[in-house]
Design a protein around this ligand. Structure first.
Ligand code: SF4
Length: 569
């Protein structure tokens, strides 16, 4: 069985622990949330050394099961004050699992900025002085040069070192592009521990032991076939997540001008279709890029300029909307540059994008000013007043600027789906312990279902169902896009359960996924309740209830009673 690696960064001491009964058979979000709930005092300041930072490999990480090696980063969040898990692709989780590590737990605060090298010999504590203050791209280059190109690198940029509330954690893809565990300010927690980077090297590792290999292989193969047969996978591979721009705009739910309207008249300019056209003409652009080894879909991209120079990888839907339509910016190349700057500085493009829109509403810069937005993001690195303001995310920015229209829940900005037309998603935004995430329970209708996203009725049930499912998927380490086919086809869920059963060499309950999801959500809710959250925190900002969304005229009218029924286990 995999172990827990506890690292006291202050004492420069590490210990491999057997997973205690409470943590056994957990991974990813389930494990990180369970550790936080059991071991972090709920009232502790998120940047206090008593907070812990967890890097947990998904249950199926490193096994070869398709798309299943996501890394969960968990802690008490400096942005929300509640429990937080943000996950990312890349190969870090796979390498940890191969080293026999289910999760790394960082404790204390190092006396000087430190890089942790984790390999088959244990942990080495390396002075990070030479990479202090560097952006993620240079950190990755330097550490790759020092440790070779087979390692995975987890790092923070200057925003994490400054402990800004929107700071993210970067995790490298196999080809060393950063993928971000962006939400909740977890980069600030890493900065508060004085840890600049983790270098994970699985050379010489034994790999993950699979108890029943034939059964595992059969389950993995059926799951892959089922995923690849799912209708939307081809489009996702061709256009990536930006395929959603035209789709959500068509539904009238594309956040535009700080969530003022649901359609952007320049949506085509920032759409997946337009990007694909540009990329087909630009040297070195890569559609269908894979963020981790074992991905069978390839939803990401490498986006280049006309000369073939990489601007950023990957340029995703959420970033395009929050730094694009929501700021009235229609220049996809400038959005890509803003994305690169956010990745390098190490901030969440969504919270910072929402903060820029608020700064635009307050006339700090003009709506649609892409050059000004890029310069403002660069100010985070420089540490100017305005840079520090937006680097602390949309809630801090909006409150400082006196806005009455701050799109956040529990301190975290909303994602790229307007909740007035997508009320199931809005219900998940409101009620998740994590704040307004899109990955916790995004209720987007598909042609195979009769679901009405604009009705105020039935959203509590839809959101509860999705939140349970995605909590389990985040724990298994499976990426969201590979999990979608299994929502429509129950036999695919059966293959996932069979894969885990074969991994452990045990029989699992038919309700395994549901039980895993519920246990995870319960731990998260318990932590937040002990931290002082009440049902009043499970609400959307008032302006979503008062201001009709044009052109549909929808408001968010899911009742408080329904919101209180979500996740009431
Ligand atoms: S489908 Fe996309 S997010 Fe999922 S593993 Fe592949 S590239 Fe990463």
């Amino acid at each position: 069985m995999l172990k827990l690696l506890r690292i006291d960064v202050e004492k420069q001491h590490f210990l491999f622990e057997e997973l205690s009964p409470e943590y056994a058979r957990l991974g990813g979000r389930a494990l990180s949330s369970s550790i936080i709930n059991r071991e972090v005092p709920p009232d502790v300041d998120a940047l206090d050394p008593k907070n812990k930072l967890i890097f947990a490999a998904g249950i199926l990480a490193g096994t070869g099961f398709a798309n299943s090696s996501r890394l969960s980063v968990g802690s008490k969040s400096p942005l929300t004050g509640g429990i937080k898990e943000a996950n990312a692709g890349g190969n870090a989780a796979s390498n940890l699992a191969k080293l026999g590590i289910q999760a790394v737990v960082l404790e204390g605060r190092a006396t000087g900025l430190t890089t942790l090298k984790i390999d088959a010999d244990g942990v080495s504590f390396v002075d990070a002085g030479p990479i202090k203050g560097l952006g993620n791209y240079q950190v990755i280059e330097d550490l790759k040069k020092a440790h070779g190109d087979k390692v995975s690198i987890v790092s923070i940029g200057p925003a994490g070192e400054r402990q800004l509330k929107a700071a993210s954690v970067s995790v490298t893809s196999p080809d060393f592009y950063p993928r971000m565990a962006a939400r909740g300010g977890l980069g600030a927690v890493m900065g508060s521990k004085n840890v600049k980077a983790l270098v994970i090297d699985s050379k010489g590792a034994k790999g993950v032991e699979i108890k029943d290999k034939p059964l595992f292989k059969a389950a993995a193969s059926k799951f892959t076939k089922g995923v690849l047969a799912y209708p939307m996978i081809e489009g996702l591979n061709a256009l990536g997540t930006p395929i959603l721009v035209n789709m959500i705009n068509g539904m009238g739910c594309l956040p535009t001008r700080n969530y003022s309207v649901g359609q952007f008249d320049k949506a085509h300019q920032i759409s997946g279709e337009h990007m694909a056209e540009l990329m087909s003409k630009r040297p070195n652009s890569v559609p269908g890029h894979k963020c981790m080894t074992g991905c069978v879909i390839g939803c990401s991209n490498v986006f280049t300029d006309e000369k073939g120079e990489v601007i950023v990888s990957g340029l995703e839907y959420e970033t395009i909307v929050l730094t694009g339509s929501n700021c009235m910016i229609d220049d996809i190349d400038m959005i890509a540059k803003i994305n690169w700057a956010c990745n390098d500085i190490g901030v969440d493009t969504m919270d910072v994008g929402a903060a820029i829109a608020l700064a635009m509403e307050a006339d700090i810069l003009k709506m649609g000013d892409a050059t000004g937005a890029l310069a403002l993001v660069s100010e985070i690195r420089e540490g100017t007043d305005n840079g520090l303001l937006i680097g602390n995310g949309c809630k801090v920015t909006g409150e400082r600027l006196g806005s009455k229209r701050i799109p956040h829940v529990k301190g975290q900005s909303l994602a790229a789906y307007d909740p007035r037309g997508l009320k199931g998603t809005g219900t998940s935004y409101a009620t998740s312990a994590m704040g307004a995430d899109h990955t916790v329970g995004n209720a987007i209708p598909n042609p195979l279902s009769q679901y009405d996203p604009a009705s105020p009725k039935g959203q509590a049930e839809m959101s509860s169902f999705l939140q349970i499912y995605h909590a389990a998927i985040d724990s298994l380490g499976i990426c969201l896009f590979a999990s979608l086919p299994a929502l429509d086809f129950a036999d695919l869920q059966g293959h996932i359960v069979q894969g885990v059963a074969a991994l452990y060499g045990e029989t699992l309950d038919r309700d395994y996924i549901k039980q895993l999801g519920i246990a995870t959500l319960k731990a998260e809710r318990e932590f937040n309740t002990n931290a002082g959250f009440t049902k009043e925190d499970d609400r959307l900002p008032q302006f979503f209830k008062d201001e009709p969304l044009l052109p549909s005229g929808n408001v968010f009218d899911v009742s408080d009673e329904d919101l209180d029924r979500v996740n009431a286990f």
